[in-house]
Write a protein that binds this ligand. Structure first.
Ligand code: ARG
Length: 281
């Protein structure tokens, strides 16, 4: 039976949320967005974590950074060590330093990335491995940088469908327990070779349907037992229930207009502040 463990999350309230540029196929600048509705949906997501007993901290939303709500892209944090994000598109460039500063101010050891990477959007920790996406945003060279920084094996995975431009849109970590790591994923989002790698590492993974993927159902947040997931991902929810997980549908439809869901809005902080400072770029 999958077991929940308490989590520590960082989130950013979408007060400045809008779609004013297009950097993924979900974004359409001609479509109306409602930041009030985005905030209400975001608060339900935050309250869901709090009700589950998790810790949620927040970073101040900055004007002019409408995508800052997608906190998962802000950094990757393992064992209290922070690998800063270095965004591919200039529209999001200022988010990397903003998130890095949040961590540095709280005594975390932060590492300024030399290579382009979009945080947990593409670097997902599962057990003692880091699964790392590339193809649209994060450069392969950052996988090596992350491996050297964290001292964990980093497995590169090639994304091939622009709708699933970040790894966390195509793959969800269900259990990060090193004794029983488990994921769910959508195979067509990956190259043939990467699919084989995933089959080898996770022969018993939950396989999502195209409808699950299109609802951005894989952009899910699991605490090891409870899985916050888009309500439209009905096949995935059924598959999770069958495996002993507790799917918890939370509607983040307004934030889907920017190409993100629950996981995009949630940066997991693993470990505690190791000591203030910065390691070389
Ligand atoms: N509009 C944002 C972008 O395209 C969405 C980011 C979604 N975040 C994620 N972790 N997948 O960069």
């Amino acid at each position: 039976m999958p077991v929940a463990t308490p989590r520590h999350y960082l989130m950013c309230e979408p007060v400045h949320y809008t779609v004013s540029y297009e950097i993924n196929p979900w974004m359409d600048v001609t479509r109306h967005t409602d930041s009030g509705l985005a905030v209400r949906q975001w608060r339900v997501l935050r309250d869901t974590y709090l009700e589950l007993g998790h810790t949620v901290e927040t970073i101040e939303p900055l004007e002019g950074l409408p995508d800052m709500v997608y906190a998962a892209n802000g950094a990757t944090v393992i064992d209290g060590v922070v690998y800063s994000a270095k965004f591919r598109y200039p529209e999001r460039g200022a988010e990397g330093p903003a998130y890095q500063k949040w961590f540095a101010d709280r005594g975390y050891l932060t590492h300024t990335a030399a290579e382009t990477n979009e945080g947990e959007g593409d670097l997902l920790t599962v057990g003692n491995l880091v699964l790392a996406g590339t193809g649209f945003r994060t450069e392969r060279a950052s996988h090596a940088e992350a491996q050297e920084l964290f001292g964990l094996p980093v497995v590169s995975l090639q994304l091939v469908d622009p709708h699933y431009y970040h790894l966390d849109t195509a793959l969800a970590v269900l259990s990060s327990d090193p004794a029983a790591p488990q994921i769910a994923y959508y195979p067509p989002a990956f190259s043939a070779g990467s699919r084989k790698v995933l089959e080898q590492l996770f022969p018993d993974a939950v396989i999502a349907t195209s409808a699950d993927a299109a609802a951005l159902g894989l952009n899910a947040v699991s605490d090891g037992h409870n899985v916050v997931v888009a309500p439209g991902a009905v096949d995935l929810a059924a598959a999770l229930r069958e495996r002993g997980y507790n799917p918890m549908p939370v509607d983040t439809s307004e934030l889907l207009k920017g190409g993100g869901g629950a996981k995009c809005c949630t940066l997991e902080i693993r470990g505690t502040a190791a000591g203030a400072g910065e390691t070389g770029a």
